[in-house]
Design a protein around this ligand. Sequence first.
Ligand code: NAP
Length: 287
Amino acid sequence: MTARVIDGKAIAESMCVGLRQRVEGLKIQGIKPRIVLISVGSDPASAIYLAKKEKLARFLGIESVTERLPESTTEQAVVQLIQKLNADNAMHAILLQSPLPSSLKFRRLVNEIHPDKDVDGLTVINQGRLFSGDTGVIPCTPRAVRHLLGTVYPDLTGLHAVILGRSLIVGRPLTLLLLNSNCTVTTLHSHSRDISDICRTADILVSAVGRPRFLGKEFVKPGATLIDVGVNRQDGSGKVVGDVIFEAVSEIAGAITPVPNGVGPMTVAYLMQNTLDLASVGSRVGK
Ligand code: NAP
């Protein structure tokens, strides 16, 4: 068997056609969607991600502003900036780019963002809404994964989804999102036992571990769908690789996302979609 490759780049491009139309529609109503990206320090991977976000925003006609703060920035200075942006009616969406320098605490700072401007859905309010099954802002990467799964299955009801990783950004919100889609969900982490045995029971296997080429054939049930969230630099070559050993796993899986051009472009597209959602709602309530 050779797995069907789920082309995240092509799916994101077709999604962007609709997003561009939405931007035009908002502009006709007098709404100019705006996002601010806050970056602290000089992480090289962050710089690449920021550039991708700025480029797509420009392409779609969304105004993006990047606040670049030095490594030495204090917690108080970041809080003050976020509070200023919360009060700025022209700004619809705020993203705090991770990782932050070790002197700053991401969870503490992200919770300063007003929940109605929290474009990656990471404040406790939006995480709580997802937990309760209420409408809130859903984090971009889990939304991207859910969308890609929708290209394989019209309905996820009853499927066993195994998620490797329990981070605030990927594993935890994805667990809830797939639970809300009626999957049976198992979430694994670094203390889990019998990982490969559990993974082999999955209809859907999502890896968000952050280890290059961690997941091989022995983790995969024949015909399963593999979503590789990992973006890792391979030792030596510096090449970007996922968590999954793509060549081996595609011999046995039913469908698989590549890295690059799988989850990554969809995550950026959903950042823009969330921005438009916030701009639409924000304008309705007069922010
Ligand atoms: P993270 O915060 O480091 O979380 C990694 C998770 O993997 C943790 O929950 C950890 O368990 C678990 N883990 C580590 N080793 C494991 C093992 N041997 N077996 C099972 N679980 C293990 O990372 P993250 O922010 O979620 O990101 C994960 C990967 O996705 C990274 O490569 C990142 O670059 C990538 N990413 C990609 C996108 C995209 O758009 N494509 C977006 C976000 C992240 P513990 O909780 O026990 O430590």
